[in-house]
Design a protein around this ligand. Structure first.
Ligand code: 5AD
Ligand code: SF4
Length: 473
């Protein structure tokens, strides 16, 4: 009988990719993906540890499975990813009926570990070494990146794919758990990246997003020299059939001119840069150990605008970080207003045990103040989003059509024209009416309306009809 698999994924794009690869491996073994935990024999959670809330939600979800597991002890329940690496045995302590806990560096072992559980070998724990548990190399080796060559039917979209170019992070921002749970920064071999991109393009994939925690710090050294992100962009641009390249997430200090030149000169690279600022106050940036001042961030923005005048830049901000005063927050608002980000993701500071921030700095901004600042910054950003999107009205853009929009999918409309969704060259979401055959294609669309997060357009049709043609002969 085929095994039924249910997987829930939270967190960043890296996690989405990890889940895709785990699902692909299990499907190859005959598993069938189902959309509810109730119907599944194997239930997996691919987890995130960046904020406490994300972890607590997983424990609540696990709590809801307690009875199901009691009634049906053969169900296999697994916790994968960052929280598995972060909490390790604690997961078994808080939810003793969990069968496997697997860190992001051991995901390739998931099929075998499920088999071990089914064979009665008891709960399985597989995680990487702690950062202090050995030499840098031995710790790095314990985080094995999981990038098997993939099969097209396993991807969520046949036209788009994530490609990992780097794992881990060595920046150690004081608030951040990532260097602990994803281990040392390691660049993937350029030949491997190229081969994967090439295969994806051969299979019909048109857009690739390169992934790394600090993707623009990417560096790979061998006897032929050092390859950087800009070099990869030039190499990947040569691949026929691949028409759009993006990369996330950037680290402000590594936003070098050669990278900006590559983005500006390579037509396939989106004019979209996600470069988190985190705060607009020097005192806070210092406490976060971000490695730059507000002036340096602004100088970087000026270089971006100089090299790529129409670049859409997005950012992340943490509000209510340790010791953040009203004046610090006002400086953040000022930075958002000055930079006019295409969008900002705003988070309330969440203290993470195991970080320098948790060890050395008091989480002293009251929750109420964090919430107020979050809402205020969001309102400032939304007003910018609205204004900038309205300025797009009347403009014609090339949209890579991703699929049927969420609302149309819910209606299960099978009319010939449905609401489609896609993104333009600046990563703006564009929705418009069109036939399903447009999915996976680049389509010219004229924008006629906008709200803060979506552009509404209509397909540009060729108006040179037969009558016009006959007039001109
Ligand atoms: N609390 C709140 N937000 C955080 N981020 C990272 N760590 C924390 C934390 N402890 C945010 C940062 C990062 C984004 C992915 O999550 O803004 O850029
Ligand atoms: Fe976390 Fe800083 Fe690394 Fe980003 S750069 S993953 S915020 S430690």
């Amino acid at each position: 009988m085929t095994q039924k698999l249910y997987i829930e994924t939270v967190g960043c794009q890296m996690n989405m990719l990890d889940s895709e690869l785990v699902v692909a491996a299990l499907r190859r073994q005959g598993y069938e993906l189902v959309d509810s935990a109730k119907r599944a024999d194997t239930i997996l959670f691919n987890t995130c540890s960046v904020r406490e809330h994300a972890e607590e939600k997983i424990y609540s979800a696990l709590g809801r499975l307690k009875h199901a597991k009691r009634h049906n002890p053969d169900k296999v329940i697994g916790v994968l990813g960052c929280m598995a690496q972060n909490h390790q045995k604690i997961v078994f302590q808080r939810a003793p009926y969990v069968d496997l806990v697997v860190g992001p560096g051991q995901l390739h072992q998931v099929p075998q570990l499920i088999e071990d559980v089914r064979a009665g070998r008891g709960p399985q724990l597989e995680v990487s070494l702690e950062r202090q548990a050995g030499s840098r190399d031995s710790v790095a080796d314990s985080f094995e990146s999981y990038d098997p060559l993939r099969s097209p039917e396993m991807r969520p979209s046949p036209y788009q794919a994530f490609v990992r170019i780097q794992i881990g992070c060595d920046k150690f921002c004081t608030y951040c758990i990532v260097p602990k749970v994803r281990g040392p920064e390691q660049g993937r071999r350029p030949e491997e990246i190229y081969a994967e991109a090439r295969q994806l393009a051969d299979e019909g994939c048109r857009e690739i997003t390169l992934l790394g925690q600090t993707v623009n710090s990417y560096s790979y050294r061998d006897d032929r020299g050092t390859t950087r992100l800009a070099d990869l962009l030039y190499q990947l641009s040569d691949i026929a059939g691949l028409d759009r390249l993006k990369f996330v997430t950037n680290y402000p200090r590594d936003m070098t001119d050669d990278l900006l030149d590559a983005v500006s000169s390579l037509p396939k690279v989106s004019h979209y840069l996600h470069v988190p600022a985190q705060s607009g106050s020097d005192a806070i940036l210092r406490r976060m150990k971000r490695g730059y001042t507000v002036d340096q961030y602004r100088e970087m923005m000026a270089r971006i605008r100089e090299a790529i005048p129409d670049a859409a830049v997005t950012s992340d901000f943490i509000v209510g970080f340790c010791g953040e005063t009203d004046a610090d927050f006002a400086a953040t608002v000022e930075l958002v207003e000055a930079c006019r980000f295409k969008n900002s993701f705003i988070f309330k500071y969440s203290e993470r045990p195991g970080t320098k921030g948790a060890e050395r700095l008091a989480d002293d901004v009251p929750e109420e103040v964090k919430r107020r600042r979050n809402n205020e910054l969001l309102a400032v950003q939304n007003a910018i989003c609205q204004e900038d999107n309205e300025a797009r009205i009347g403009v014609q853009v090339e949209v890579l059509v991703e699929g049927v929009s969420k609302s149309a999918a819910k209606r299960e409309d099978d009319a010939p024209q449905v609401q489609l969704t896609g993104r333009d060259h600046w990563d703006r979401i564009v929705v418009f009416q069109g036939g399903r055959r447009l999915i996976g294609r680049f389509v010219p669309v004229t924008i006629y309306d906008a709200n803060a997060h979506t552009l509404f357009g209509e397909v540009v049709t060729d108006h040179v009809g037969p009558e016009v043609y006959s007039l001109s002969v």
